[in-house]
Design a binder for this molecule. Structure first.
Ligand code: ADP
Length: 266
């Protein structure tokens, strides 16, 4: 049967004896595929009705309306926006899960990407007095899928903005050493208790449900970061102290790092 998927495990014992266990995981993989297809189709199907609802709400809100009606419709509009972000993130996540590796690797201009993300972060932080610091190694670029890396890096910056009280400092850093390239986002915000760290990149895992949803997150941000990095052969590390702040670092292997071409610099 060519569709049969087996998982092997070899255990050594005694003087050169080996035990080979083959496990049939065909059904498991098929179930996982069904789950992924379902999420992708459901998110796609939810998109159209949501767009219609949002459209009507916007038209109604343009009219002169009694205060209670205005308030109710405003709330509905806010929740519809939240649902749209959820659907977008669910679709993105199911696309990322559909294949394990990025198809083609282009050098991305990590410096301009970080500058754009910095601008988006500043826009989100408008009126909150956050101070942004950029520390970029100007000699090296990164190989990767630009849109995916933009989603991953933006999620880290948006989280830093959302989980840092007003007037905080947020640092974006791109560093290269013998271990590879490292992009990190540090904040001096609320921090994370160590017990939560192992589960933080799970879908919908949240430390403080009310705070997270109030600040506009979907609960899928770090799951997206994890999948994007996995597809780049990279990984995420989290260093955090409650009450002092957090640093999220994306570690890329040395073969993903390339020197900046003269024409791209600056
Ligand atoms: P959410 O949309 O809830 O922010 P994420 O997957 O992006 O979802 O993050 C998961 C949880 O990790 C958040 O709910 C929050 O509790 C915690 N978290 C993420 N980033 C930070 C940060 N910079 N500082 C403190 N907590 C954070």
């Amino acid at each position: 049967n060519s569709d049969l998927q087996l998982q092997y495990q070899i255990t050594k014992f005694g003087e050169g004896d080996r035990l080979l266990v083959a496990r049939d995981i065909t059904r498991l993989l098929r179930l996982e595929q069904t789950r992924q297809d379902f999420v992708a189709n459901a998110s796609h199907e939810l998109r159209t009705p949501l767009t219609v609802i949002r459209g009507y709400l916007e038209t109604f809100l343009d009219q002169e309306l009694p205060r209670p009606l205005q308030r109710g419709l405003g709330q509905m509009q806010q929740q519809a926006r939240r649902m749209e972000s959820l659907v977008t993130d669910l679709l993105l996540l199911s696309r990322l899960e559909a294949s394990q590796h990025i198809s083609d690797e282009h050098p991305i201009l990590i410096h301009s990407l970080i500058r754009q993300i910095h601008e988006d972060g500043e826009a989100l932080a408008t009126g909150r007095g956050h101070h942004f610091v950029l520390e970029l190694d100007s000699e090296y670029d990164l190989l990767g899928q630009e849109n995916e890396l933009r989603s991953a890096f933006s999620n880290l910056v948006f989280n830093a903005v959302r989980y840092t009280p007003d007037n905080g400092t947020i640092t974006l850093r791109w560093q290269v050493d013998s271990q590879g390239g490292h992009f990190s986002v540090s904040d001096d915000g609320i921090g994370i208790e160590p017990m939560h760290l192992p589960r933080l990149t799970e879908r919908f895992y949240r430390i403080d449900e009310s705070r997270s949803s109030a600040s506009g997150g979907t609960g899928l941000g770090l799951a997206i970061v994890k999948h994007v990095l996995m597809r780049h052969g990279a990984h995420l590390s989290i260093d955090s102290t409650p009450g002092e702040g957090s640093t999220f670092t994306c570690h890329f292997t040395p073969d993903m790092v390339v020197p900046v071409r003269e024409t791209d610099a600056g």
